[in-house]
Write a protein that binds this ligand. Sequence first.
Ligand code: FCB
Length: 460
Amino acid sequence: MLDRDRATVRFPEGFVWGAATAAYQIEGAARDDGRGPSIWDTFSRTPGKVHAGHTGDVACDHYHRYREDVALMADLGLASYRFSVAWPRIQPDGTGPVNPRGLDFYDRLVDELLGRGIDPIVTLYHWDLPQALEDRGGWTNRETAEHFAGYATAVYGRLADRVKTWTTLNEPWCSAYLGYGNGVHAPGRQDPAAVFPAIHHLLLAHGLGAQALRAAGAGTVGITVNPAAVFPSDPESAADRQAVRLVDGLHNRIFLDPLLRGGYPADMLEHAARFTDLGFLRDGDEQIIGGPVDLLGINYYAPTYVAARPGAPGGDGAYPGTEGIEFLPPVGPLTDMGWMIEPSGLTALLERLGHDYPDVPLIVTENGAAFPDRPEGDRVPDPDRIGYLDGHLRAVHDAIARGVDLRGYLVWSLLDNFEWAEGYDKRFGIVHVDYLSQRRTPKDSARWFREVIRRNGLEG
Ligand code: FCB
């Protein structure tokens, strides 16, 4: 065992420190400059879908306040900033003519970042599908993947001279299982048969998008996933280990094997065939999906524990065909999301990825925690978040010490923001946002993170 106590730890030279956000969660300006509606505009207006009927209409008003926000990043000493581009700003209907005013915003943002010495990392799709494409079937329609490549090319054409790191999708697991399986996220469909074509078309979008970016000259192209660290309730139980195998397949291998090993795992094709005829899978698709990946983004928050339990309902619609598996209730301490705090899950996950998918460098593109922070005067004390981040950075360091090729760590999130179905109720930022005044206040964790970056490590 490595010493996980408060030892001083140093990160490798050149380790990338940064923060992440996503367009719909922070930008607001939902109708400015020709932006079209996205599935999240529709979903957040559907009664009962988002906490208290919150929407992203205004969010953190980052669209108008990006200069102030970039100044905050510079103050923190961030080397890089991961943001997403809103497809409906670029192509309001998802296809066809490009809206130059939408591109102008990201042009300004990138210039502002570079002017402050911050390297932009662009995510092309962080869940805000143009509504017009959902009206034609969304991710269950193969054409969405083809349109994505056109959209990617348009963004690349404008920003390529300044943006070096491109990622296609954020967390296709969420898009497919939460968007089409249990309906907790937009577009809110609840159809197990839709999940598998959605997964495939998301992966195909990645593949076609990556091909298009490379053809246009892109150097670093990757994708961000949220692999589960999934453990058996009883490691001695063969049935529990079997449950892990299925959940791991549905959460991890069904994405990572086609991306990094050239094809879908046989057990997952068999599993999907229980729900669909696999007619969406065409010759040559796996070659497209399996093209080179230069950087794999990992988002990690909490581990998952499962047990085999006859009669258990399975994964709540999010994992089709997992009846007989219990997803164990989280054990405290918990974050405000009700998620477990288990940094060693991150070490185990990174080691497993490094072992099973050895040829691709990793970067933590999201990690962080929601807590119910309360401003006290000019300060926002958030010791729980500092504890969470400290523990997870030590876990990251452990993984590096054990040989995992991990290049950087981006905290989720720079700002408190629209936390999807939870609306503004959950605060993940290291910078507090007062949504009435739009005032930003760096929390204690922001000051702490600045010190971590300055030292390139943690003190004991
Ligand atoms: C991830 C999302 C991100 C944020 C965090 C808490 O799944 O990528 O947008 O909501 O969870």
